[in-house]
Design a protein around this ligand. Structure first.
Ligand SMILES: [Zn+2]
Length: 241
């Protein structure tokens, strides 16, 4: 037996994405997902199939720059390599309803983790708001904490290798604040010569499943491979120690 193969077989993976169903919490502007059985063995069919109707920002999903930029990359522009991250970290930054992760929070986090974050390519923000996902979908969808536009820009300035920013809330930006939301996303997506590459944003992540002290060895963001869309539902896997 190939010994290398044996080692890779022992890798442990966990899923950081929610299962999508017709009751999944959603941004209030979206249509609810529909999963409609079409052919059914139970009703005399030879096989099972279903029709799935889903807006592309439903459930755990990845936003590409085309979500807010006219000439931004779309989902199918990304190679597999660009969506696998080898220096990922979960940052615990507890926030309440409608609170912001601001520049001071980031600055404090960076100064405490200088060595750790040097090469970071994927930062997952754990606000703790994921507890509302199952408990109260309305609060989860309309009173979520978010990150400030200035904090996103500051992160890109401080972390030149950062390529992916994720969060355990329905959106990276707070609900009902369109100007703030545009700025948050544009600051993540815009091309700036002095900064690293534009970020992808992963929203509605399930970070409850990651135990304290768990090291993320690798994070894989796997969007639905659909052409000509700005963003897509995705499965997110983490290899852990
Ligand atoms: Zn989105």
């Amino acid at each position: 037996m190939n010994p290398k193969k044996n080692i890779s077989n022992r890798c442990k993976y966990i899923r950081l994405s929610y299962t999508l169903n017709s009751n999944s919490p959603l941004h209030p502007d979206l249509k609810e997902p529909r999963i409609t059985p079409k052919n059914q063995i139970l009703t005399g069919g030879n096989y099972n199939t279903s029709i799935i109707t889903v807006e592309n920002h439903s459930g755990t999903h990845v936003d590409a720059p085309a979500h807010f930029l006219k000439d931004g990359k779309i989902i199918s522009d990304y190679s597999a390599d660009e969506l696998v991250f080898y220096n990922s970290i979960i940052w615990d930054c507890p926030k309440n309803r409608d609170e912001l992760i601001n520049k001071q929070d980031i600055s404090h986090f960076l100064s405490k983790n200088k060595v750790l974050i040097k090469n970071i390519d994927c930062l997952l923000l754990r606000t703790g708001f994921g507890t509302y996902h199952d408990e109260n979908a309305k609060i989860y969808s309309t009173q979520n904490p978010g990150i400030s536009p200035g904090a996103v820009f500051y992160l890109r300035c401080q972390l030149p290798n950062l390529a992916c920013l994720g969060i355990d809330t329905i959106s990276m930006s707070r609900y009902g604040r369109m100007k703030e939301s545009i700025e948050v996303h544009q600051n993540a997506f815009m091309n700036v010569a002095s900064l690293g590459k534009p970020l992808v944003l992963v929203e509605d992540l399930d970070l409850r499943v990651v135990g304290e002290g768990t090291e993320l060895i690798k994070v894989l963001v796997v969007p639905w491979q659909v052409d000509a869309i700005d963003s897509a539902p995705c499965t997110v896997l983490a290899q852990i120690n």
